[in-house]
Each structure stands twice: as structure tokens, then as C-alpha cells.
Design a protein around this ligand. Structure first.
Ligand SMILES: Nc1ncnc2c1ncn2[C@@H]1O[C@H](COP(=O)(O)OP(=O)(O)OP(=O)(O)O)[C@@H](O)[C@H]1O
Length: 263
């Protein structure tokens, strides 16, 4: 279990003001789950992910991964960002093997493992290509392969498909579900797309801004249904999907109106 317990984060801005980015957020990410944080810009989603990744300290509260307190970055948490962080002078396979190189895995073994994960993301034939030769979607797939090659206990994804065109984005969502199913990794995923959250999450937490709070939680089955049937169209056009989409849209709009009225 990855457990976030009453996590709060305050930032001091350059003009000396204090901003509360997270307000007592509690969240469980159990084994095999796909937890999605959904919310408008500025509601603290990245702050939460960065705290779980160990990139920034909590002001109060705790985060523990399988009972181990999270205090710094570690190989047990793999991170994928919206913007790829590939090294342009290294080939695709060497980019994927990078984390293994830092971990001291011998050269032949890390290449074999990198190739295995490139095959998992459908890029077997691009091992020797360089990042500039790849499309945005392909670069994100390399980033996912790199994060998975280090065999993390949880995959943390910060709007990984936010910069992709809508068709590629849907293809990447479906690929990610098949990766989730094959590897059994827990995933914590951030998005501001209601549809993406509904399609991917076994649990969706809806956040509101200033201060960042969880205002609603949904346990869902669409992703398991897709993993079973492979039929995304019938899921996204189902009446239950549309009803939930409207329910969440209403929650987000109401929270925004309350915040605007308070300012
Ligand atoms: N280093 C920082 N210093 C000061 N304020 C910060 C810092 N990082 C984030 N904030 C503020 O904290 C709040 C939450 O930011 P955060 O980036 O976590 O939101 P978000 O939901 O991920 O937004 P987006 O979807 O735009 O990425 C915002 O009001 C932001 O301005």
C-alpha cells in the first residue's frame, strides 16, 4: 500500500506570501490499483505527485510506501512527466537503460532489460533511433519504458499525455492499460481530463484549488472492463460513463464557483 496521510504543503512565494498547495490530503494506492487525481490547474496535483516522488517535503502529514516512510526520491518510485526527459545524445535503448546504469547493472544485462521494456511499449524496432527521430507519443512511450525498466513499486505519471493530439492520446491510454494489466504495477496518474480519469482510474480523486483538497472520490470499473474486453468505444459511449462525466463536471464547476465567491 502507498499511503498518503493528512499531507499538507505550504509554499512561500517570492513576494513573501504563503500559499497552501495541499490541505490534509489522504489517499491510499493499493496493490494493482490505478489511482487518478483529477482537477483544474493549480489544485495541487503536481505538488502531491512530487511529494510522493520525494522531490519535495511535506509541511505536515506522512507518506509511506509499503510501510517505508518517503523522504527522498528512490528507485521504488518511477516517474513520467508531461514533457519527456530523454537525453537527446543517447539512443532510445540507452535512454531506457539509464536508470539501470545508475543502479550498477552490467551493460549487457541492462541492454537486454531495456529491449524487453521497449517491446512492451511497442518500440522494439526503434532501439537504435535517437529521440529527435520519434513523435511525441513515441517519446512518452520511451519514458514509460525507462520508468518501468527500473522495476519500481509504483509508477507516478504527471499529465503524461497532456501534450499529445487526441487520437494519439487515446492510443496511449489504451497502451497504458495493457501495460498496467501485464506488469501489475500500481499507477498514480494526474490529469485535468474528466474522460481520461474515468477511463483509466480504478479510483478517481477529484481535487479543488486553494488550498488543494480532495473533494470527491469514485471507485470505478471501466478500466478493468477495458482490460477484459479491449472495447473502448462501448465503454465511453455507455450511459453510466456519461452520467459520471456530468456528475464530476458539476462538482468541478461548483468548487470553482465557491472559490471565486470567496476571493
Ligand atoms: N515552488 C512553488 N512556490 C510557490 N508556489 C507554488 C510552487 N509550486 C506550486 N505552487 C503553487 O501551489 C499551487 C498548486 O500547484 P500545482 O502545480 O501542484 O498544481 P497543479 O494542480 O498540478 O496544476 P497544473 O495542472 O497547472 O500543473 C498553485 O497555486 C501553485 O501556484
Amino acid at each position: 500500500m502507498l499511503k498518503v496521510d493528512h499531507a499538507s504543503v505550504y509554499f512561500r512565494t517570492r513576494d513573501g506570501q504563503t500559499v497552501q498547495a495541499l490541505d490534509r490530503v489522504s489517499l491510499d494506492i493499493p496493490d494493482n490499483s490505478f489511482v487518478v487525481a483529477l482537477g483544474a490547474s493549480g489544485c495541487g496535483k503536481s505538488t502531491l505527485l512530487n511529494a510522493i516522488a520525494g522531490f519535495l517535503p511535506l509541511s505536515s502529514g506522512t507518506i509511506a510506501l509499503d510501510g517505508r516512510p518517503v523522504t527522498r526520491p528512490g528507485a521504488d518510485r518511477g516517474v513520467v512527466f508531461q514533457k519527456d526527459t530523454l537525453l537527446p545524445w543517447k539512443s532510445v535503448v540507452d535512454n531506457v537503460a539509464l536508470g539501470l546504469q545508475f543502479a550498477g547493472v552490467p551493460s549487457a544485462a541492462r541492454r537486454a532489460r531495456a529491449e524487453e521494456f521497449l517491446a512492451l511499449v511497442g518500440l522494439k524496432d526503434f532501439a537504435r533511433a535517437f529521440p529527435y527521430e520519434l513523435s511525441g507519443g513515441m517519446r512518452q512511450r520511451v519514458g514509460i519504458a525507462r520508468a518501468l525498466a527500473a522495476d519500481p513499486d509504483v509508477l507516478l505519471m504527471d499529465e503524461p499525455f497532456g501534450a499529445l493530439d487526441s487520437l494519439t492520446r487515446e492510443q496511449m491510454q489504451e497502451l497504458l492499460v495493457s501495460i498496467w494489466k501485464t506488469t501489475g504495477k500500481r499507477i498514480f496518474f494526474i490529469t485535468h481530463s474528466i474522460e481520461e480519469a474515468l477511463f483509466l482510474g480504478t479510483q478517481v480523486v477529484v481535487m479543488s484549488p486553494r488550498p488543494g483538497r480532495i473533494i470527491a472520490r469514485f471507485d470505478l470499473d471501466f478500466v478493468r472492463e477495458f482490460a477484459r474486453t479491449g472495447d473502448s468505444r462501448s465503454i465511453k459511449t455507455a450511459p453510466e460513463f456519461a452520467t459520471l462525466r456530468e456528475e464530476i463536471r458539476t462538482i468541478l464547476h461548483e468548487s470553482d464557483e465557491i472559490r471565486s465567491a470567496a476571493e
